[in-house]
Design a protein around this ligand. Structure first.
Ligand code: PLP
Length: 342
């Protein structure tokens, strides 16, 4: 039996893309598929997003872009590399018809470039907008707090508008991420770059359904062993969970090496449809779940999906959904990957 399986729902990606396009009110949707599509599988997500109306793909590195180019269906897709690159990568980008972002040094020539200005992120980005050269096709910036700080976000939107208002109309202006697209009508400009919302995960740490989004990933495993603990017995490293009365636990063959993080102890998962608590220390390859009673070996466990939200796991782990999903190991050595198109 497979230790666990990830199911990617391409229909959910497509519908999330459509929802974001509506929120973007006439701007183009660019699908952010960096970090292997936020752990979901970049080529599959990219194809579904394009079918949902996205007109470009955004990644962080030239190597990520080249992986997309190698997929026949994506050979012609517009691909923008948002992170920094070196000389060699400029040559590779040119050969592969990628677009680059100038975020500090000289503006690369012979390849399409977006100028990135810093409107408040305080990270990558030019402090002043230089005169666009012939290779420049777009001007961009990045929002620092669209999920949490309306005043600062509005300030960034104003700064971006002022910096770009007198530019040639042919240049694409793009600023908004998922949170900016969903909450700030004025942030959309000519294109929006959406990642997290495309996957049906909330940028706000809330229920994605509130923004009309559907989670695209399910993660399932099973009870590989049901075991009765007597008072005083413990489960897992460090004896962090000691039974004070007789209790059944289910051992599930996923652990932190699969992306079920050590700080997710206490989060809830579904055992045969019932919400149950993960107890004890998360091991590299196993977790323990508190049960009401003995269950059969093979009883299904839903780690993500059917209402078990990435956002809840993130809250328990005191982090954000982005970090949970990019930490999942969906490679064939640890799990099966299933593609659903409904
Ligand atoms: C990752 C990234 C995005 C997407 O952000 P989400 O919050 O996932 O929508 C947009 N723009 C840039 C520059 C990014 O690095």
């Amino acid at each position: 039996m497979e230790r666990s399986s990830f199911t990617l729902d391409l229909g959910a990606i497509r519908r999330n893309a459509e929802t974001l396009l509506r929120a973007a009110r006439g701007a183009e949707l660019w699908a952010v598929v960096k970090a292997n599509g936020y752990g979901h599988g970049a080529p599959d997500v990219a194809r579904a997003a394009l079918r949902g109306g996205a007109t470009a793909l955004c990644v962080a590195t030239v190597d990520e872009a080249l992986e997309l180019r190698a997929v026949p269906a994506l050979d012609d897709a517009r691909v923008i590399v948002m992170g920094p690159g070196d000389e060699r990568e400029v040559g590779e980008a040119r050969a592969a018809r990628l677009e680059l972002v100038a975020l500090g040094g000289p503006i690369p020539e012979g390849v399409s470039v977006h100028l990135k200005i810093d409107t408040g992120m305080g990270r990558w980005g030019l402090s002043e907008l230089p005169a666009p050269t012939r290779s420049v096709v777009g001007v961009m910036s990045h929002l620092a707090a669209a999920e949490s700080d309306p005043d600062f976000t509005n300030l960034q939107i104003d700064r971006f508008r002022e910096a770009t208002v007198s530019l040639d109309d042919a240049l694409v202006r793009h600023l908004a991420n998922s949170a900016g697209t969903l909450r700030y009508a004025g942030a959309s400009f000519d294109a929006v770059r959406c990642g997290i919302a495309l996957y049906g995960i909330s940028a706000f740490g809330s229920d994605p359904a509130l923004d009309g989004l559907e989670p695209a990933l399910r993660w399932e495993s099973y009870v590989a062993l049901a075991k009765r603990l007597e008072p005083g017995d413990s489960t897992g490293y460090g004896r962090r969970y000691v039974a004070d009365e007789p209790v059944w636990i289910g051992v599930v063959p996923v652990g932190y090496a699969d992306g079920f993080r050590r700080d997710m102890t206490g989060t809830k998962v579904l055992v045969d449809g019932e919400r149950r608590r993960v107890v004890g220390t998360v091991s590299m390859d196993a977790i323990a779940i508190e049960l009401d009673d003995e269950v059969n070996v093979g009883t299904p466990v839903t780690l993500v999906g059917d209402g078990v939200l990435i956002e809840e796991h993130a809250r328990v782990a005191d982090t954000i959904g982005y970090e949970i999903v990019t930490g999942l190991d969906t490679s064939a050595a640890r799990a099966t990957r299933i593609i659903r198109d409904a």
